[in-house]
Design a protein around this ligand. Sequence first.
Ligand code: KIV
Ligand code: ZN
Length: 513
Amino acid sequence: MTDKLIIFDTTLRDGEQSPGASMTRDEKLRIARQLERLRVDVIEAGFAASSNGDFECIKAIASHIKDSVVCSLARANDRDISRAAEALAPAARARIHIFIATSPLHMEKKLRMTPEQVFEQARVAARFARNLCADVEFSAEDGYRSDPDFLCRVVEAVIAEGATTINIPDTVGYAIPDLYGSFIRQLRERVPTSDKAIWSVHCHNDLGMAVANSLAGVMQGGARQVECTINGLGERAGNCSLEEVVMAVRTRRDYFGLEVGIDTTQIVPASRMVSQTTGFVVQPNKAVVGANAFAHASGIHQDGVLKARDTYEIMRAEDVGWSANRIVLGKLSGRNAFKQRLQELGIEMQSEADVNAAFTRFKDLADRKSEIFDEDILALVNDESVTPDQEHYRLLAMAQASEMGERPHARVTFAIGEREFHAQSEGNGPVDAVLQAIESQVRSGAEMLLYSVNAITSGSTESQGEVTVRLQRGGRVVNGVGADPDIVVASAKAYLSALTKLHAHSDRVAAQG
Ligand code: KIV
Ligand code: ZN
């Protein structure tokens, strides 16, 4: 019988820890639904004790997701674990994921605890969690840099207390495939009860080896769960990329001999959704999901592919969902077709009034753009995607004038919640004038770290421009994304969306890792 490899997606938890990748409740719920369509085994929905906002997101995801296990991270203490259990209460299948650092460096410098204290805290926390939930994962943070003797003791103790999954993270991306694989194997061989738990790998990508390390942990080490994120999103250089691990195991089944339950045709739609929501653009040459992943530029390659696809293609573009990039709707499409497409994309509107408002925006866009793609629809609803308790910054109207040799000028009307503001300013360019006008009223004092424009769909100038703005204030970094056929309007929307996010989640506690 072929072994199954469990795919544990942590885009909504570890991925969201990337500076600027914070998401609203509606955005997270939409991504969770897409992860369910992708058929991931476990969705790590967040870290319940980190903020009230995260708690509510996990609760909402736990209420809606039926096919995947829904998981919350928790530090190894009663308060965090209780909070995770509470958020997960509505879940059809729940997992509590506890963690504590076990490396000498982290224990001494960060936790300021002795190894014995850490041992005891891990053991007690595993017992506490197991009393609240049948499915308990234990992670030894910075596990790869931990002393194997100590780690074996901790792991044996938490398994005895009921932990069902043991995760050994390479928290800082320091591992080398061969060494990481044999580290996991050594632990599994030395812990007498190792077969009572599923072993898991969680690798960061600081040296660009997260996928290779994870696969070595599976093949050499015998791990049967991989923790990963869509597009490899995650802190610093990111996490192990889901699409790469899954397609490696599928394409080289001859070598891995493992089954994954993923519906690979949902990979590209998931990648697009995460990229559009977070503003983290996928590099064109990224494996599997990059725009060039299946493009053949050289004449020799083109000739070969035309004669026989497998001369240069080891995977089929349609198997990972590239065909999803099709024209779905146009100017003549009606409300029902629009509503059905929203449902197919996993977008749930709160009320019929919301559907009507989105449909009006869709018609407005269809007047200006003949072909509407899935990405356009996502951008359209992303514009309105905020939880009701947030102070939402909205663009109401704007005009700008620019002429060669003249300094551009802009007038903007926008709202914060119910309050309306009128502003105007000059600037170095039209975008600068618009953003300065907004800033003259808001006075956020935020520093802009990034401004980028991309075409949402094909490279044509008819496509909508998608603007990402990254702001930083008081150590917090947020991304705002805005889309419109007019890139100056898209810039204003992106700036206002970043300001909205800057005001939300300010109470969040950061998870390590
Ligand atoms: O990288 C890490 O160690 C983590 C743990 C919290 C699982 O993300
Ligand atoms: Zn991590």
